[in-house]
Design a protein around this ligand. Structure first.
Ligand code: ATP
Length: 211
């Protein structure tokens, strides 16, 4: 899905050769400030690399339309944006950004329930708890149906039980549908438990670890 060759960004990260595969869950681990989020941002060109090349499905991403790339490779940031409107509006916002048609309420409810969120679509999204907002954001990206999910500490607001439900279901879905998932996590336990491949970022250099 991704091939990175001699990719450098400022003095923050350097990647000699890295492949990220479709249909697999790849975790990025490393100490705080090591460059994990920076690597994730390079993958959908929220920031542009200074040197080297990044290929997405064989195409150099510098020649791709950035908006089109970001629709294919959707980022779930550490603090997802929740607009001050209803849960329905927040789900539809994602569909609009992806240029996808609106969905029936039943499909929206199903996406919420997939992440154990049993809420009225008309309720105010800003009143949700941190963990509920995180699950609403998961439902939103699921409906957007990209090719790659870029997740930045996606379970930081969930307790262990919910984390397991949400991540297990989401990763099963991703693998069944041959999506790529790239997840930044500070937790090696989470990385080992859920991912097929692990990229470790240390002293600016990102390499694949044996698992
Ligand atoms: N756009 C930028 N310009 C300059 N420095 C930056 C930029 N973005 C991040 N940095 C710096 O690069 C380093 C890596 O940041 P990054 O957010 O990628 O780390 P991280 O591994 O995700 O950290 P954490 O686990 O604490 O979230 C940090 O020292 C940060 O201050």
């Amino acid at each position: 899905m991704y091939d990175l060759k001699n990719v450098g960004y400022q003095n923050i990260i350097y990647i000699e050769d890295l492949e990220i595969k479709k249909g697999l869950i790849t975790s990025i681990v490393g100490e705080s400030g090591s460059g994990k989020t920076t690597l994730l941002r390079l993958l959908n060109q929220l920031i542009s690399h200074d040197t080297g090349d990044i290929y997405f499905e064989g195409e150099n991403i510098e020649t791709m339309d950035t908006i089109a790339l970001r629709r294919k490779a959707i980022m779930l940031p550490q603090n997802p944006i929740i607009i001050s409107q209803t849960i329905r509006d927040n789900l539809n916002l994602g569909l609009e950004l992806s240029e996808k048609p609106k969905k029936e309420d039943s499909e929206l409810i199903e996406a919420l329930k997939f992440f154990n969120l049993d809420k009225d679509l008309d309720s105010d999204a800003t009143k949700l708890s941190g963990g509920e907002k995180q699950r609403l954001s998961f439902a939103r990206i699921l409906l957007m149906d990209p090719e790659v999910f870029l997740l930045d500490e996606p379970s930081s607001a969930l307790n262990e039980e919910l984390e397991d439900v949400v991540l297990s279901r989401f990763f099963n879905y991703s693998k069944k549908n041959n999506k790529a998932v790239v997840m930044v996590t500070h937790s090696r336990t989470i990385a080992f438990k859920y991912s097929d491949e692990i990229i470790s970022v240390e002293k600016k250099v990102a390499v694949k670890e044996d698992k």
